[in-house]
Design a protein around this ligand. Structure first.
Ligand code: URA
Ligand code: SF4
Length: 213
């Protein structure tokens, strides 16, 4: 990173902006080096008055190309899990801890590469601005990167998942990232992991009185 890039996203985030203005402004962000090889920034999407905000890790290959969060394979798992938990995706707000896709090129393929703590910290002002604008009652962290961004500490997902905890002046809970389910080889493991994700999402839905069951 250059000296300028080490500053983080702060100076690119317009103060008091609404979601539309933030979504435009994020395309100009140079808060870390991830903007350079990516196609575009992927901002959050969903209800501007959502009571539940889901936070993922970073856009994947498909999200980088389309500009929308969770539209690829992980998004398909997430959509099924939300439906099983009785949560309507258009009533919530879905975003990522890091707004640009970090990847390595292997031949013609772009392989996902986990964002580092420096990227999470650099990108945090955008998440903060989304929290200010949407003002949700509950934040659901999908995986360790999201949990790091929301809680400002290292979170062991296995030990803390599925329970309500205070964070950023509201309630939060952590669960697994939907990609972790896709990585499981055995059908039985995948199905158990999916059910556990749904159970965690239900804890959130019930806390908000959202669940349709
Ligand atoms: N994984 C994420 O964490 N976010 C996305 O938007 C897509 C995949
Ligand atoms: Fe800015 Fe975040 Fe993109 Fe880095 S990843 S350039 S901080 S929007």
């Amino acid at each position: 990173m250059t000296a300028e890039e080490r500053l983080g996203a702060e100076k690119w985030v317009p103060r008091g902006a609404d979601l539309g203005e933030l979504r435009n402004a994020v395309q100009s962000c140079r808060g870390c080096e991830l903007w350079r090889p990516a196609t575009q920034a992927v901002f959050g999407d969903g209800s501007p008055s959502a009571r539940m905000m889901l936070v993922g890790e970073q856009p994947g290959d498909r999200e980088d190309l389309s500009g929308e969060p969770f539209v690829g394979p992980a998004g398909a798992v997430l959509d099924r899990a939300l439906q099983a938990a009785g949560i309507a995706r258009d009533e919530i707000y879905v975003t990522n801890a890091v707004k640009h896709f970090r990847f390595e090129e292997r031949g013609k393929r772009r392989i996902h590469s986990k964002p580092g703590v420096a990227h999470i910290v650099a990108c945090a002002p955008w998440l903060e601005a989304e929290l200010d604008a949407v003002d949700p009652d509950l934040i659901v962290c999908l995986g360790a990167t999201a949990a790091r961004a929301v809680f400002d500490r290292t979170v062991a997902i296995g030990g803390e998942r599925g329970r309500l905890q205070p964070a950023r002046g509201r309630q939060a809970l952590v669960t697994v990232h939907p990609s972790s389910i896709l990585r499981l080889r055995a059908d039985a493991d995948r199905s158990a992991a999916f059910d556990a994700l749904v159970a965690d999402l239900r804890v959130g839905a019930e806390a908000l009185g959202l669940s349709r069951r």
